[in-house]
Design a binder for this molecule. Structure first.
Ligand code: SAH
Length: 461
């Protein structure tokens, strides 16, 4: 291919990369065009040439895709958080479903007809906006020195002022504007990454969708906040929102780092956590805990996993990669006994507390790697499972873990996955070792992004 940097070519988009750029081919040579939608014919300007592909930017749309819509957020191209906001929601869902299907066929080696026979329709959202229960906004200054908060422009640390991300809650805007007004009033400086000077780095807001409880956590470059009482007062006096703020806290982060939160902090008002419920179970969420960001879809995801687990109340269940025990506690209501395994000690602490908080006595938790804890327990204690649920990170399950699962020979395995490529690889292994795929279902947890969750039910053949 004789393309050069800055050349402009016409290309039709047929797919997305895993980062959400449109893919189109020119004489068989793939171009990755950011901001283009599947079905668009566009003029693309080449920005970077590699041996087997090139990167390009969207110069203009020649013929828009029938699925192209006007995005709600005016910043969506600069931000890069929503790679697919210019595509209609039904088309996004269809794309995600075909992504799962293609991976199962290509990587998993399953027949297309077979996948079609086991695949249930993807679960989307009725209203795919305002779904995130957590927001982290950087604070800084613009060129004129005015305080701003918003988001980092793609791949940079320049802040673009925008207090109203459409994926976040409406109350975020009012809270953020209150924080900025208080900073101006008390002359509290924003942190400057370049010099390491200044104080306020980020505002973290979390909201419990069921309880309505709100946490505001200010991440500061130090351990003391001037006018702290006034800060809490300004937030608490906000009409409608103030009464829902049950936690105002500080988090100390004095490191020169991209990591948003430091390890230590302090409560300024109320408690150090909010509570929320999922499927009737209460969870404590502190600033540092991992908690699924889309609670509406999480209930559907866990509901699907629970349905696939087919519990009658007699089963022993292992929940591998259990985090703070959300799936484990969900399952414990319908199982005889649940065992959770998770690598992060703090998460296991939370899991135990959450079990106690809900009076759940039939769930037990272990810290460690699934691929170490499970084989060790299997060899030493000959542990047993009727059902095994796994929910690994993107890289999928370690082979040692899969091998032990097969030896334990549960009747059913429920695989919850955030990456259908590694899912397909692991299903191939399980199906070569005595299991059959019975059901597959996508759940859209991250609307407007290219990511999708998948739940799979396997049975012993
Ligand atoms: N099921 C939970 C968490 C899923 S995220 C929920 O829905 O909230 C995946 C979890 O796997 C994370 O909590 C991560 O810390 C954990 N993890 C990563 N590698 C692991 C390993 N090798 N063994 C056990 N847990 C692991």
């Amino acid at each position: 291919m004789n393309l050069q940097k800055n050349d402009q070519v016409q290309v039709t988009i047929t797919d997305y990369t895993s980062e959400g750029a449109g893919i189109g081919k020119v004489d068989g040579y793939p171009l990755f065009v950011k901001d283009a939608v599947i079905g668009d014919t566009v003029i693309a300007g080449i920005t970077k040439i590699k041996k087997n592909y090139a990167f390009a930017r969207l110069v203009s749309v020649v013929t828009p895709s029938p699925d192209r819509v006007s995005p709600r957020c005016t910043f969506h191209r600069q931000c890069g958080g929503c790679q697919m906001q210019a595509m209609s929601y039904p088309a996004q869902l269809a794309f995600k479903e075909s992504k799962i299907r293609n991976n199962l066929v290509r990587i998993g080696g399953f027949e297309p007809d077979f996948i079609d026979s086991v695949m249930e329709p993807i679960i989307g959202m009725e209203d795919p906006f305002r779904y995130r229960n957590k927001a982290q906004y950087p604070v800084g200054t613009d060129r004129e020195g005015n305080l701003i908060t918003g988001f980092y422009a793609g791949r940079t640390h320049d802040i673009i002022a925008n207090t109203d991300c459409r994926l976040g809650r409406e109350c975020n805007r009012i809270i953020l504007e209150t924080v900025l007004a208080w900073m101006r009033e008390c002359k509290v400086p924003a942190y400057d990454e370049k010099t390491g000077q200044g104080l306020v780095r980020h505002v973290l807001i979390r909201e419990g969708f069921h309880t309505g409880e709100i946490m505001v956590c200010l991440v500061i470059n130090g351990e003391k906040l001037p006018c702290a009482n006034l800060f809490a007062e300004r937030l608490r006096e906000l009409p409608q929102i103030g009464e829902r703020i049950v936690s105002i806290c500080l988090n100390y982060n004095k490191e020169n780092t991209n990591v948003i939160l430091g390890r230590e902090g302090q409560v300024l008002f109320g408690r150090g956590y909010i509570t929320d419920t999922l499927g009737g179970i209460s969870f404590r969420i502190s600033p540092l805990s991992f908690y699924q960001v889309n609670p509406v879809q999480t209930e559907k995801l866990y509901g699907t996993a629970l349905e696939y687990a087919g519990l009658t109340g007699e089963e022993t269940v292992w929940d591998l990669y259990c985090g703070i025990g959300t799936i484990s506690l969900f399952l414990s209501q319908k199982a005889k006994q649940v065992y959770g395994v998770e690598i992060v000690p703090q998460a296991i602490e939370d899991a135990k507390q959450n079990a106690a908080l809900n009076g759940i006595a039939n769930a037990q938790f272990f810290v460690g790697k699934a691929e170490e804890v499970l084989p060790e327990k299997y060899e030493k204690e000959n542990i047993y499972a009727d059902v095994i649920v796994v929910d690994p990170p993107r890289k999928g399950c370690d082979e040692k873990c899969l091998e032990t699962m097969v030896k334990m020979a549960p009747k059913r395995i429920v695989y919850v996955s955030c990456d259908s490529a590694t899912l397909a690889r692991d299903l191939k292994y399980l199906c070569e070792n005595g299991y059959e795929v019975k059901k597959v279902r996508g759940v859209d947890q991250f609307c407007h992004t290219v990511h999708v969750e998948t739940v799979v039910l396997l049975s012993r053949a």
